[in-house]
Design a binder for this molecule. Structure first.
Ligand SMILES: Cc1cc2nc3c(=O)[nH]c(=O)nc-3n(C[C@H](O)[C@H](O)[C@H](O)COP(=O)(O)O)c2cc1C
Length: 294
């Protein structure tokens, strides 16, 4: 990656959607909208609701399925000069393996295993990322299947993020990425109905930043693999907080909906901060948090 600012899965389509608005090639990397084996029509509307300092979504992984993805989206993605990370999800371990196999044949360089979408129920009845056995099972199966860089996207909806992060590393993840959205809900008090068709959804945006930051800090402190930090990053100062607590790169989600140029402003801010501090490499900043105030 030429720089540490990436875009989060599900908030940037497959890149081409933003092509008229930004120079996609100047991003650090693109993570594509999660793709599944079969096409999915997603959850019933409404799928998005605004809340204080955040948004709730329950898209339900609507996507065109891997066959059409390979046919319609990969040619554009291949034409890009930035690293492309393909996000995949399945209901079963076998589906993840099958997707990894298909993308191996297409010579995909990096996959992100989305094992943390709060808006779909896997056949297990819960997310793979919610217990360490689930993480180990799906990550090690995908690891056996592919030599591509394997990024594992973790859920914040857990009691102890450290044991989950360590399970992903032990099972062969090259990188962990966190956080996905926090389970939440909103109610329309006039109609007494949930604001989302799916009843519950995932909270993202500035409302989650301090919790996401704490989780990235905890996860980064117990693994040796690189960490991608995300969750409520709206500006360069937010991004730097994630890097200082241990994120090697940051990913921008909800901010893209407010200002499609957020990523570039964030990158500019990071560059200025580094220049002011005489820093040449972002790695010099990663994990530099001082606990002692002396
Ligand atoms: C509308 C929407 C759709 C999303 N779709 C996906 C998805 O398909 N796959 C995934 O791994 N994460 C998905 N996410 C989660 C984001 O990638 C990100 O992890 C999360 O929103 C936290 O970052 P943020 O607060 O900067 O948005 C989605 C988030 C939003 C808001």
């Amino acid at each position: 990656m030429a720089n540490p600012v990436m875009v989060s899965s599900g908030t940037f389509g497959c890149g081409s959607e933003y092509g008229d608005l930004v120079d996609v090639n100047s991003l650090g990397a693109i993570v594509t909208k999660t793709v599944t084996l079969k096409p999915r029509s997603g959850n019933p509307p409404p799928r998005i609701a605004e809340s204080a300092s955040g948004m709730l979504n329950a898209i339900g992984l609507e996507n065109i399925g891997i066959d059409r993805f390979i046919e319609e989206k990969l040619p554009y993605l291949r034409s890009l000069r930035v690293p492309v990370i393909i996000s995949i999800a399945g209901d079963t371990v076998e589906e993840y393996v099958c997707l990894a196999e298909r993308l191996n044949k297409e010579k995909a360089a990096a996959l992100e295993l989305n094992i943390s979408c709060p808006n779909v129920k896997s056949k297990k009845g819960r997310m793979f990322s919610q217990d360490k056995e689930g993480v180990k099972e799906v990550v090690s199966a995908a690891r056996r299947q592919t030599k591509a860089t394997l990024i594992v996207k973790l859920s914040p909806n857990v009691t102890d993020i450290k044991e989950i992060a360590m399970a992903a590393e032990e099972a062969g993840a090259d990188v962990i990425s966190l956080v996905n959205t926090f389970g939440g809900m909103l109610v329309d008090i006039e109609k007494k109905v949930p604001k989302l068709g799916n009843v519950t959804g995932g909270l993202s945006g500035p409302a989650i930043k301090p919790i996401a930051l704490r989780m990235v800090y905890e996860a980064a402190s117990c693994v040796d693999i690189p960490v991608v930090g995300q969750g409520g990053i709206m500006n360069w100062e937010d991004a730097l907080e994630f890097i200082i607590v241990g994120a090697d790169a940051v990913s921008i989600g909800t901010a893209n909906f407010i200002d499609p140029r957020s990523t570039f402003k964030i990158l500019e801010g990071i560059k200025k901060y580094m220049a002011a501090g005489g820093l040449k490499e972002i790695s010099r900043l990663v994990g530099t948090l001082k606990i002692s105030r002396e």
